[in-house]
Write a protein that binds this ligand. Sequence first.
Ligand code: OFO
Length: 168
Amino acid sequence: RLSATMAKALNDQVTLEAYSSQVYLMLSSWADNEALDGISSFLIKHSQEERVHMAKIMEYIQERGGKVTIEAIAKPKPEPKNIKECFEMVLKQEIENTEAIYSLVDISVSEKDWATFNFLQWLVAEQREEEKLALTLLDKVTLAGGKDASYASIYELNKDIGNTSQEF
Ligand code: OFO
């Protein structure tokens, strides 16, 4: 059974995953408004991926006898000003998620809660992939010219990111 501390920390992670999902929704809506349909669709799919993380953590808490409490989700930060800023926000969000998951791992180790430690390894691996994906996308934006990219390269970038799979 989960300790109260571990249950609370996992519950906070449920809220953070929901917040990440909102961040991706905000970015997707921004991209759509900028006529970047490929980027918008990539981001909305990623928003759903964050909901999947959220649901898996909820399920784990419940399986271990804990109670999930649904909390308010903070409003995402202001919209980006350009594609470069958009993908910098993606990377920042993923780094924040990774750090939060590492703190959960720390708690599981200090409590010798090996079941939770084992469950979290899936999230640790997932974050490694997500940071890699975010870095790759940011590299593509830089190659396309960053915030000074031409319309022609933004056109190609939008198509390319639209075809990028969520899993790397
Ligand atoms: Fe994109 O990550 Fe969830 O945790």
